[in-house]
Structure formats: C-alpha cells, structure tokens
Design a protein around this ligand. Structure first.
Ligand SMILES: *Cc1c(COP(=O)(O)O)cnc(C)c1O
Length: 379
C-alpha cells in the first residue's frame, strides 16, 4: 500500500509549505538594500527566539559549525574547559576540544540522566582556571533536558563562560539566555526553527564577547568577531545562504507572532501527550528528565529497535530515529519540535502501536492514542 511519507526525526524536521515556497523565489544578490533589510529583520527576530539583546549571528553550515565556532572563538590552545558527556552531542564538545588542543575535563554521566548542577560547581572548584563550561540544553540522543538555569547560576559566580548547545531545543524548550545569564548559545536551522539544514546560529553575550578578545585558536571562516562586525552592517563576511535566510524570515515570523512563551507551552503539551501515549500503550520512557523537543521510547526486552525503526520507516513511512552507540536497538526517538501539531502526535503513536503489534510485542493497541487524546482534551 502506498503511504504518505512523514518525518518524526529530531532533525531534520518538516518545513511549512509557505517556508518551502519562499525558497523557490528567484535568486537575489546579497549585497543590496533589499536583502540587507531582510537580513537585518531576521537577525532581530532571532534575538527574540534566543531571548537576548546580544548579537545573534548566522553562519552557513550545520549546527556543528556553531559548536566549533563557539569554542575556537573563545579559547586558546592549552586552555582548560569543562564539558558534560551524557550522550552523542555532549560527547561532541569533548571531541571538538580534543581536535583543537583544549584540555577538556569531561563530566561523564549515565546516558539518559541529566547532569546535577552541583557536579559543574565541583568541577569548577577543582579546576578554577577553566575558561568555559560546554553543555547541551537538550541532549537529542537521549532526549534529556539539562537544567541550564541552575548551571548558569553556578557559572555566573566564576570567570568561566557558559556555552550551551541548543540546536534541538531552541524554540521548543524554555531558554531565557539573558535572564538566566547564559553567555553563548548555539543552534541550527533544521530542528524547531522549521527550516531545512544549512544554517548555524550563535548568540554571543557580553561575557563571551569579552573572552573572545583573548582567544588565539586558529579561525578564519568561522571567525565570530568578523560575523558580529558584519552584522552591524546588515550583512555577513561571506556569501550567506540567501534562500534559507529569506525563508527564515517567514519561519521566524510565525514564532515571534505566536510568542515564545506560547511556543514553549505548545511544545510542552505535545511532549506531555507523546509521553502519556507511550506509557498508555505499555512502553516506558528512556529519559529521566525528558525534554519537550523529542521523546525516547525504551523498548522492552524482545523488541528489537532496529526492526521497529525499519518497519516504521519503510512500511509505515513514519521515519523516527533509533538509538545511537550502546542505545542502538534499545530505544526509538520521536521528534516533536517545530512544525508539529496534535494530530501528528496521534499519528506517530498510532504507527508505533500498529508496528509493535505486528512485531508481536505486548502493546495495548489504541490505548496510547487514547491517552494522548485525553491529554489534548484536557486543554
Ligand atoms: C542536531 C544537533 C546538533 C547539530 O548537528 P548537525 O548535524 O551539525 O546539524 C548539535 N547538537 C544537538 C543537541 C543536536 O540535536
């Protein structure tokens, strides 16, 4: 049977039709007033999404470009820093540090759990010369949400800057950069921002900008000082990704018009219903501190995640994401960040129930969907 392809991966995510259509417009040149006006509008709206009054720069590249930029623009070779490894993306901070000769003190936590802000406090006490703490708001590989607000209270009392990977959580989970005192936040286009992959963002607060002045790690394309300078002239140092930036104006309008509080509340409801659905069908949640951006389903013994993933993707055309590393085959992740509504949640839960049933798992068909419906009906 022919089915409609549906994307439930925690990035890339579905893109609204009006945003897709923007990208089909004839090409314009970026060094002209009309594009500069759009660029400047987009940059302002981006600050609202980050909840900051500091500059938010747009880089061409995937989210990792902004992760790398945040490190090479603030540190020097031999500098000490702290990172948290509780999944693939926290691990990436350590790998970027290793690539650039940063002495990274890695706090290893069990995947599926969140770092205790007291662990960061201890690490900073043990290493008072640490220049930065690198964390992840939503560890997408485990769907764990980090208590960034509490960690920011810790770093604020030290000279270390707090750098947060919010690639998958920006515009899904609450993040108040200025109010919480986060120094540098990085993100990307293909998650909750409802855009295709290709753009990376960095919002740079005053403490981070001050640290940037002393950084000597090599940089050229990803030089944030140059990007901030160009931002003041409504442009970028090199050719920007013109079509995605034009489309981004439309995507950000939707978020800014809705208001960030409402955007977060909408994601909270979708996440709550997804979790209720997973539990309702008789499965368990993997994350001990679940985000509102994605939900990881812990699969019972005897249910192979690889088989479930392929069945969902190839037969049901509902593409979710499997587990990574030692979680391969053990969890299946459902993204609900960005362009999703209640009926998307109902659909993916239904696909899970039917696929698990076909696999012979002890699933309560219809009960996951019913639990999610009840959750939405409470609204
Ligand atoms: C998606 C994601 C990234 C960026 O990955 P890219 O493939 O470089 O876009 C980084 N961190 C987190 C937490 C993510 O979810």
């Amino acid at each position: 049977m022919k089915r409609k392809p549906r994307l439930f991966t925690p990035g890339p995510t579905p893109v609204p039709p009006e945003v897709l259509l923007d990208m089909a417009a004839p090409m314009t040149h970026h060094r002209q007033a009309a594009f500069e006006a759009i660029f400047s509008e987009v940059s302002e709206k981006l600050k609202t999404v980050f909840q900051t009054s500091s500059p938010a720069v747009i880089l061409s590249g995937s989210g990792t470009a902004a992760l790398e930029a945040s490190m090479i623009n603030t540190l020097s070779a031999g500098d000490k820093a702290i990172s948290v490894n509780g999944g693939k993306f926290g691990e990436r901070w350590g790998q970027i540090g290793a690539a650039f000769g940063v002495e990274m003190n890695v706090i290893d936590i069990e995947w599926g759990t969140a770092v205790d802000p007291a662990q960061i406090e201890e690490a900073l006490k043990a290493e008072p010369s640490a220049k930065a703490v690198f964390t992840t708001l939503h560890e997408t590989s485990t769907t764990v949400l980090t208590d960034i607000k509490a960690i920011a209270e810790v770093t604020a009392k030290t000279s270390a800057i707090l750098v947060v990977d919010a690639v998958s959580a920006l515009a899904a989970d609450e993040l108040r950069m200025d109010e919480w005192g986060v120094d540098l936040v990085v993100s990307g286009s293909q998650k909750a921002l409802m855009l295709p992959p290709g753009l990376a963002f960095a919002a740079i607060g005053p403490k981070a900008e001050a640290v940037m002045k002393t950084s000597t790690l090599p940089k050229y394309y990803l030089d944030l000082t140059k990007a901030i300078k160009s931002l003041g002239k409504k442009t970028t140092p090199y050719t920007p990704s013109v079509s995605i930036i034009i489309a981004m104006n439309t995507a950000l309008d939707a978020l800014v018009d809705e208001g960030m509080e409402t955007v977060w509340a909408r994601h909270a409801k979708l996440a709550e219903a997804t979790r209720a659905g997973v539990i309702g069908m008789g499965m368990e949640l993997f994350s001990q501190r679940p985000s509102n951006a994605a939900t990881a389903v812990k699969l019972p013994d005897g249910v192979d995640g690889g088989t479930l993933h392929k069945k969902l993707r190839d037969e049901f055309k509902a593409t979710c994401a499997g587990g990574q590393e030692h979680l391969k085959g053990k969890i299946e992740r459902i993204g609900h960040m960005g362009y999703y509504d209640q009926f998307d949640v109902i659909t993916v839960l239904s696909a899970f129930e039917l696929a698990l049933k076909e696999m012979g798992a002890a699933v309560k068909v219809g009960e996951g969907v019913a639990a999610a419906q009840r959750c939405f009906a409470e609204e």
